[in-house]
Design a protein around this ligand. Structure first.
Ligand code: NAI
Length: 311
């Protein structure tokens, strides 16, 4: 499969590195607007080929969309990341124009590509890109829940003092510090509900840490994180190109599911070669239903900013 990653910054280059090193695709193009930047990142990644033992064909280009032609998947990470103290929502003014133009440009050369939106505020960028391109909802969706879920599982395993691959869980809702919903009621350790393995206090802290997982890193690093975000995007790409049908919390357009309409927000979704193939219906608790409605209202308020800024 051929995959294009737009934006050769921290997240895009890390995603490209994982895709290449794990040979998730046979061909990879990394594109950035900054002259020579994607070329440099690709040269650096290429020089790991004999060390990491991979032979994915990789190319870096400066704004040359013809090189991306016939991609099966396009990952959009272009735009600015947040700085310490900023929310993801504050990035909307700059990133809306970038995401809209990049998605349109990519589709000219790869009309059948599955488009994965990563740029923040991701739920709103996904909604914008879907409306701007007019693509069917399975073909364009956003990545946020894969990352938030990975963070949730890490914090959970640490709190329970077990291996991270022994815990299951999911984070749905918006991809924001206050909008994401780590589903404690559904989380398990070796199949046992975590509510039976840890105190409510411990689990409350896991939820709180997960929700500010990104902000914690932004504070430590001075800019937003990249290893987990890049790997999370590659994880979703893998499910598409290998048609794995993984169930991943993904930002998809809802038409009645979870009581919501005309919004892109994180829900459990089967990811395969058709992209976001099917939204799964979880049995949410009353509290979770309430949180989801609140989350959707917040995402909708950010979507409304698009109209205000005229994008
Ligand atoms: P970065 O600043 O390191 O990289 C962004 C890259 O985009 C830069 O190299 C820049 O030159 C490029 N770019 C800007 N405009 C472009 C255009 N029109 N065409 C092509 N390339 C263009 O930022 P980083 O850390 O890689 O983050 C990228 C985005 O991903 C941010 O918006 C960030 O908030 C978001 N993000 C989303 C996550 C998620 O889970 N959805 C997780 C982490 C970050």
């Amino acid at each position: 499969a051929k995959v294009t990653v737009v934006g050769a910054g921290n997240v895009g280059a890390t995603c490209a590195n994982v895709l290449a090193a794990r040979e998730i695709c046979s061909e990879l193009v990394l594109l950035d607007i900054k002259e020579g930047f994607a070329e440099g990142k690709i040269l650096d990644i290429f020089q790991t080929a004999t060390l990491m033992d991979f032979d994915t064909k990789i190319t870096g280009v400066t704004n040359d969309y013809s090189a991306t032609a016939n991609s099966d998947v396009v990952v959009i990470t272009s735009g600015i990341p947040r700085k310490p103290g900023m929310t993801r929502e504050e990035l909307i003014g700059t990133n809306a124009g970038i995401v809209k133009s990049v998605a349109t440009e990519c589709l000219k050369y790869s009309p059948k590509a599955i488009i994965l939106i990563v740029s923040n505020p991701m739920d709103t960028m996904t909604y914008l890109a879907l409306k701007a391109t007019g693509l069917p909802k399975n073909q364009l969706f956003g990545m946020g829940g894969a990352l938030d879920t990975a963070r949730f599982k890490c914090y959970l395993s640490k709190a329970l003092e077990v291996n991270s691959n022994e815990v299951e869980g999911m984070v749905i809702g918006g991809h924001g510090d206050t909008t994401m919903i780590p589903l404690v009621s559904k989380a398990t350790y070796k199949g046992i509900p975590v509510c039976e393995c840890a105190s409510a206090e411990v689990l409350e802290k896991v939820v709180a840490d997960t929700m500010v997982g990104g902000a914690t890193l932004t504070k430590l690093l001075g800019t937003s994180a990249w290893y987990a975000p890049g790997a999370a995007a590659a994880y979703v790409v893998e499910s598409i190109v290998r048609d794995q049908k993984k169930v991943v919390a993904s930002c998809v357009y809802l038409e009645g599911e979870y009581g919501q309409n005309d919004i892109c927000i994180g829900v459990p979704t089967v990811i395969g070669k058709g992209g976001a193939e099917k939204v799964l219906n979880l049995n949410l608790t009353e509290n979770e239903k309430e949180l989801f409605a609140k989350s959707a209202a917040a995402v909708r308020a950010t979507n409304d900013v698009l109209k205000e800024i005229g994008v």
